[in-house]
Write a protein that binds this ligand. Structure first.
Ligand SMILES: NC(=O)c1ccc[n+]([C@@H]2O[C@H](COP(=O)([O-])OP(=O)(O)OC[C@H]3O[C@@H](n4cnc5c(N)ncnc54)[C@H](O)[C@@H]3O)[C@@H](O)[C@H]2O)c1
Ligand SMILES: O=C(O)C(=O)C[C@]1(C(=O)O)C=C[C@@H](O)C=C1
Length: 290
C-alpha cells in the first residue's frame, strides 16, 4: 500500500499509473504535479489525482512513492528540484523510455547513483498524450522493465516491483545498457520508420491522393507517427548511440532490399520475405501461448 504517491507529469503514463493503483485500492492519496494547471485541474476532475501543485519539490515532500513521467529532457531538472526535499523513506521511480540518460541525470544531480532511485519503463503506451488519454488497464498483462543499479536499495526495488504488479504488469529487470539497446531496436527504430515515412509522403507533390487511397496496411504501419513529437525528440537525443547504430544497420538492409528489387532478384526477395514472415509468425505465436 502506498500512502502518498506523487505523480510528476500527469499524462498518459503518469495518469494511467494513478488510475491503475486507485482501481487496485493500492494508494491512499495521489498528488499530481505538472506545468499546465488546466491539465492538472482536469486530472483532479477525472478523479486521477486528489490535489495538485506546480512545484515538484512540494509534490515529492512527504510522499513515500514518487513517479516521474515527464519527457526525458525534463528529467534532470525534476531530480535537481526534488532530491533535497525527499523524505528519508521515499522511493523514486520513473517511466522514461530510455534508462541511460535518466541514470546519468540523477547521478549528475546527486553526485552518485542514488539508492532511492529505481529506474523503470512500462512497455505499454499509445500514440495519444495527456491525462484524457490515460486509462487504468494500460499496464494489465504488459511488461515493465526495471534497471536497478548495484547502488539501488533492495527494499526500494521490491516496493516498485509490487507497485507495478498491483497494476497487473509483469516486472522484469535488466541492465541499463541492455534495455537501451533492445528498445532502440523494438520501439525507437519503428517510430523513426513511421515518422520518416509519413513525413516523406506528406511532402510529395501527390500527397493528397497518396493519403486518400491509403488503407489498412498504411494505417497499421503509421499509427505511431501520431505520437508526441517532443517525447520522441527527447528519446532520440537520449538514446542516440544505440538508435544511430540500429538506423545504420537497417539502412544497409534496406539498400540490399532496394538493390534486389532493382535487379528483379525474385529469389532473394522471396527469401527475405519468407524469413521475416516466419520470424513474425513465431513471435506472435509465442506471445499468444505465453
Ligand atoms: N507514450 C508512450 O507510449 C510511452 C510509453 C512508455 C514510456 N513513456 C515515457 O513516459 C514519459 C511520459 O510520457 P507520456 O506519454 O505520459 O507523455 P504525456 O505528454 O502524456 O505526459 C507528460 C506530462 O508531463 C508534463 N510535463 C512536461 N514537462 C514537464 C516538466 N518540466 N515538469 C513537470 N511536468 C512536465 C506534461 O505537461 C504532461 O502532462 C516520457 O518520458 C516517455 O518517454 C511513454
Ligand atoms: O503502442 C504505442 O503506441 C507505443 O508507441 C508504445 C511504446 C512502443 O511500443 O514503442 C512507445 C514507447 C515506449 O517507451 C513504450 C511503448
Amino acid at each position: 500500500m502506498i500512502r502518498r504517491l506523487a505523480v510528476i507529469g500527469v499524462g498518459l503514463i503518469g495518469g494511467s499509473l494513478a488510475r491503475a493503483l486507485r482501481a487496485a485500492n493500492a494508494v491512499e492519496e495521489v498528488i499530481g504535479c505538472g506545468r499546465a494547471p488546466a491539465n492538472l485541474a482536469r486530472a483532479r476532475e477525472l478523479g486521477v489525482i486528489d490535489r495538485f501543485t506546480q512545484d515538484p519539490a512540494a509534490a515529492a515532500a512527504d510522499a513515500d512513492m514518487v513517479f516521474i513521467a515527464v519527457p526525458l529532457g525534463a528529467m534532470r531538472d525534476i531530480f535537481a528540484t526534488i532530491a533535497p526535499r525527499l523524505a528519508p523513506e521515499a522511493v523514486v521511480t520513473d517511466g522514461g523510455s530510455v534508462k541511460g540518460s535518466v541514470v546519468a541525470d540523477a547521478v549528475s544531480v546527486v553526485g552518485r547513483a542514488p539508492p532511492w532511485l529505481v529506474p523503470g519503463h512500462p512497455i505499454a503506451g499509445t500514440e495519444h498524450s495527456g491525462v484524457e488519454a490515460s486509462f487504468a488497464e494500460l499496464y494489465r498483462g504488459r511488461r515493465v522493465i526495471l534497471t536497478p543499479l548495484s547502488e539501488t536499495d533492495n527494499t526500494a526495488l521490491e516496493r516498485v516491483t509490487q507497485m507495478w504488479e498491483c497494476c497487473g504488469a509483469e516486472v522484469t529487470t535488466m541492465s541499463v545498457a541492455h534495455h537501451d539497446e533492445i528498445l532502440a531496436a523494438t520501439s525507437h527504430l519503428p517510430h523513426m520508420l513511421a515518422f520518416g515515412l509519413v513525413d516523406t509522403l506528406s511532402r510529395m507533390h501527390e500527397h493528397e491522393d497518396i493519403f486518400r487511397y491509403a488503407a489498412g496496411g498504411f494505417r497499421d504501419f503509421t499509427r505511431i507517427a501520431s505520437s508526441n513529437p517532443v517525447m520522441w525528440r527527447d528519446i532520440c537525443l537520449a538514446n542516440r548511440e544505440a538508435l544511430s547504430a540500429m538506423l545504420a544497420r537497417f539502412s544497409v538492409e534496406m539498400t540490399d532490399l532496394a538493390e534486389s528489387i532493382r535487379r528483379a532478384d525474385a529469389e532473394r526477395l522471396l527469401s527475405i520475405f519468407e524469413r521475416a514472415k516466419q520470424a513474425r509468425d513465431q513471435q506472435v505465436e509465442r506471445a499468444r501461448s505465453a
